[in-house]
Ligand binder design. Structure first.
Ligand code: ATP
Length: 436
């Protein structure tokens, strides 16, 4: 039973230290969020799971980490300065602003209910502009990237020359992007500062359609492999009027959010648009010479572009569950073990110093390999509940018998079943249960 109400997750995340409103002591800052002790681990695990599947387990993708600040030339070439806009309307009655294409009814203000009160739509550019260096003149203008993708295109030749890859191959990147969204909303779903996980996959032009098909399936499957029920996901092909002029096909991976189906990721066939644009604007040759065939061509690009922070929200919503254990309702986050902030919690039954040295030793040993929580406060039942609520797959309980029999109890989050395991076998048992 995944969460049906966003507030269930927002409240849990605030209470347990996943996500806080940013600058909260000053009243918060414009739909900006901070990731706390658990949220920063979960977000890191989402990104690592993506890198593991997209880079580590393949031999045809390399990772880069490009600059966030960039000169206007990049964004002129990419078309962002001219076209990266959303249609903005003002309500003349309540003075609120809206993104026209996201309104249910373009004639009625969702805030005050006024009908026909909107101004003509203006195109509002989403780029964050700043100045690099101490002089705020035209020559110093810089932009925060609104997507990570352009870092891959401007480094295409660098990567080609240094990595010895040839099409089909991909360049991947994970990192922050910034968009001056008109209406940030739905918690971390749409924010002005967010994280993306993007892959630019360069292929011989004729192979574009087949790789597009491949990445649509692979990306959809990635979410299922990491614990989202298949019935909460769908692939939606864009209608012709949604496609950008250079795209011959785009599909979104959509998730069933509490407010309905919405985008997690876009997979686009971008043709040779980006490399051709950057070649024209920079004067550099951005193509590939195939020594085997003697052919020179500009590769086509298939781009799976996902949001890490938005995806984190989806994983939390899908993992949320409530069940009844010993006549008590418990809240449990059934997160995939790879995503769970802590893999194991070590819990000494008592905080007496007869038990804690052994418990600490077990924590130290396991923490060589896993992120481990340690908790010796409160009754054991309450500590289990807390670990259930933050998604820890396994608890290891150290009790007084452990001092004599050299064994501990492993408790499983999902089944709540407990088994006794010799400490000498503990690491192997945990690894077998987590799957890594
Ligand atoms: P939308 O139509 O929702 O504004 P988009 O189609 O412009 O999004 P893309 O440019 O395709 O989004 O970005 C790729 C991914 O980056 C999105 O699928 C989403 O997961 C993430 N993303 C984009 N904008 C935001 C944002 N403001 N906050 C959080 N994640 C975002």
């Amino acid at each position: 039973m995944p969460a049906t109400d966003l507030d269930q997750i927002v409240n849990l995340c605030k209470r347990r230290g996943f996500v806080y409103p940013s600058a909260e002591i000053y009243g918060g800052f414009r739909s900006t969020y901070d990731y706390g002790p658990l949220g920063s681990l979960l977000l890191r695990n989402v990104k690592e799971a993506w890198i593991r599947s997209t880079v580590q387990q393949r031999d045809d993708v390399v990772l880069i980490d490009a600059a966030i600040l960039g000169p206007p030339q990049i964004w002129e070439a990419s078309g962002h300065l001219a076209n990266f806009t959303d249609p903005l309307v003002d309500c003349t009655s309540c003075k609120q602003r809206f993104r026209l294409d996201k309104l249910d009814d373009p004639n009625t203000c969702p805030s005050c209910g006024a009908v026909g009160s909107f101004t003509e739509a203006r195109q509002f550019n989403l780029m964050f502009k700043t100045h690099a260096g101490p002089i705020e003149d035209h020559a110093a203008v810089a932009y925060l990237r609104p997507e990570t993708a352009q870092g891959m295109f401007v480094n295409f030749v660098n990567v080609l020359q240094t990595s010895r890859k040839k099409p089909p191959f991909g360049i991947a990147q994970v990192g922050k992007s910034f968009r001056n969204e008109i209406t940030p909303q739905n918690w971390i779903f749409r924010t002005r500062e967010f994280e993306q996980m993007e892959l630019e996959f360069f292929v011989p032009p004729a192979d574009g359609p087949q790789w597009y098909e491949y990445w649509c399936n692979e990306r959809l499957d990635w979410y299922v492999r990491h614990g989202i029920p298949a019935e909460m996901l769908r692939l939606r092909a864009h209608d012709d009027d949604e496609l950008s002029h250079y795209s011959s096909g785009t599909s979104d991976v959509e998730f069933l959010f509490p407010w309905g189906w919405d985008e997690l990721e876009g997979i686009a066939q971008r043709s040779d648009y980006d490399l051709t644009q950057h070649a024209a604007h920079s004067g550099e040759k951005l193509d590939f010479f195939d020594q085997a065939t003697g052919e020179r061509y500009v590769p086509h690009v298939v781009e799976p572009a996902a949001g890490a922070t938005r995806t984190m929200a989806a994983f939390l919503l899908a993992a949320y569950d409530e069940d009844v254990v010993n006549d008590e309702t418990r809240t449990v986050l059934r997160l995939h073990p790879r995503l769970a902030p802590y893999k194991v919690a070590v819990l000494p039954l008592s905080k007496k110093d007869t038990l804690t040295p052994l418990a600490h030793e077990i924590r130290r040993t396991l923490s060589e390999r896993y992120m481990v929580d340690y908790d010796e406060t409160q009754a054991i039942g309450r500590r289990y509940r807390r670990q259930d609520e933050i998604g820890t797959p396994l608890c290891v309980t150290v009790d007084f018998d452990s001092l004599d029999d050299g064994a501990v109890t492993i408790r499983d989050r999902d089944s709540t079943q407990q088994v006794r395991v010799p400490i000498s076998d503990l690491e192997a048992e945990i690894s077998a249960r987590l799957g890594f």
